[in-house]
Design a protein around this ligand. Sequence first.
Ligand code: NAD
Length: 254
Amino acid sequence: MRLKNKIAILTGATGGIGEATAHRFISEGAKIAIVDIQKEKIEKLAKEIGQEKALALTADVTDAISIKKCVEKTITHYGQLDIAFLNAGIEGDVAKITEYPLDSFERVMAVNVTGVFLGLKSVIPPMQKNGGGSIIITSSLGGLRGQSKLAPYIASKHAVVGLMKSASVEYAVDKIRVNTINPGPIATRMIESLEEGYAPGSSEIMKKKMERAVPLRRYGRPHEVAELALFLASDEASFITGNCYPVDGGINAI
Ligand code: NAD
């Protein structure tokens, strides 16, 4: 029970990585508030987990007022906040910079960067009151390296590494640890969408090609990312802050 008596808030909680992490946090004794833009899915997940352990909250992470309210509801419901998993994200379009639509660039930045910034602004004050906490931001391997036809996504995932590093320095004094996880390709809706974006109509071929590019020769599974998030959330990571943690089957070593 590595998260016994801990309260966690998770965004993007109905997605592949978010849902796996919600279940993993619960299995280690946490109680959770789960946030997503998809109302029906988030309510279904809370029912599955059990409503005494999971509070369902519908919000768009780009909406400052909604996100502040989600955190307030979490505190009212559970009385404290120890862990935040800022994980909501979108991939945007697959196109070179010269062809990339500006509105799509702006939406990627709003969800992936502004969403994390607003999450930090809302979760830090209750953690300060609480005497500490752990914040885990889902960046990407794309937050450490470049990739063709995905510049806005890659830029957004680099940007949250900057937010993480700044927050970790600013709030170390309050015993708030802040880290990013940096997944390589993980088998979720998002990677399927990217396969289709890179090779319209031939996503299976693209999948094989992308898997071959991983030293471990496969995509990661959502629960393999959840294990890393769990470790960083837990007191076992008590001296770990201000860093990026790839979970990528070895890609970053190439
Ligand atoms: P996913 O699409 O399954 O999950 C994303 C979740 O975020 C969904 O539940 C979606 O409804 C939610 N969301 C999107 N926009 C939102 C908004 N404005 N407000 C609130 N919720 C919103 O994909 P995933 O793979 O589980 O992605 C989770 C995180 O992991 C993302 O930040 C993604 O960029 C990152 N990531 C994924 C991979 C991968 O290969 N799957 C690799 C590296 C990083």
